[in-house]
Design a protein around this ligand. Sequence first.
Ligand code: NOS
Ligand code: ZN
Length: 374
Amino acid sequence: MTDKPSHERIRTAPKVLLHDHLDGGLRPQTILELADETGYRGLPAADAAALGAWFAEAADSGSLERYLETFGHTVGVMQTAAALARVAAECAEDLAADGVVYAEVRFAPENHLEAGLSLEQVVEAVLDGFRAGERRAAEAGRPIRVGTLLTAMRHAARSSEIAELAVRYRDVGVVGFDIAGAEAGHPPTRHLAAFEYLQRENAHFTIHAGEAFGLPSIWQALQWCGADRLGHGVRIVDDIAVPEGAEGAGDGAKLGRLAAYVRDKRVPLEMCPSSNVQTGAAPSIAEHPIGLLRRLRFRVTVNTDNRLMSGTSLSREFAELVDAFGYGWDDIEWFTVNAMKSAFIPFDERLALINGVIKPGFARLKWAVGGAER
Ligand SMILES: O=c1[nH]cnc2c1ncn2[C@@H]1O[C@H](CO)[C@@H](O)[C@H]1O
Ligand SMILES: [Zn+2]
């Protein structure tokens, strides 16, 4: 089959998203309206198109630290229960409209306390918002399930509190925990108490590691902290030697002990191509380590990270990868099944989505494409 998956068709495929930040995915128009309602001042643009463009440009800095500064404006308008619920509902609707059938969306409750909400009120507002968005998406004929990950900021000191919050809300929509923020100078082992607590509670967590800092960060996240998944993890390629001239194939690649561990244990990598190019973690989509890691059959997944800052969607990330690496429907399905297998919801529920939604959805798509060609 010669069909190249187009952006349009990729939108209709049932997709799975594991790494998406709630405060990195607002609609520009919503930011303007919430700023008006909540009295937030200092937005860098006054209309939606210009604001969207400002985020994309400001985030395109080549540095994670400067990229993260743009979140001041989104977090700034997400300080009331109504604003949080609206943003969460729209997030679910936007992902569903893009063909995402299962998503895990993360945010840091500690960033939303400026107007006097408690951590619990913040979490409850977001969970209510996701439920409302799921209902609206289902009514529109695009059913989606959204799980929530609670993030602790790695430069701060509230990780144990946030881990306890994640456990407290785990039966009502919170499916895991994460740490995020500037990576260099803030190793995950600073939050060991939180991770050990989560392990004792049989809870799931992922750690942003190997994005702006290299192998030591990945090693600590896995071997000291016990992370179930890695946020980004792109720098794992520093532990893989590809012989000169064999770049295209990946054959003959030599894996160091850490890279071998990651592949052998099927540690899921939450890769976010466009975000990585913006923060300088990868030079371009075409040179993104995802190409090599997919050829070597690491447990790679494709994600958006921050749809607003990258002006992207999950479909667009796949379309970019199709252009860069010539991926076909089988590759997109493989990434999708990888993601569903790696989700933090129970095994039987993951299996039901794989067999009941993802496989039949891709089969229909491939059949339709094949039929059109005949
Ligand atoms: O790619 C990233 N690397 C590290 N931290 C990030 C990234 N994207 C967003 N955040 C941080 O996570 C917080 C909670 O969602 C955001 O406020 C932002 O500071
Ligand atoms: Zn992230």
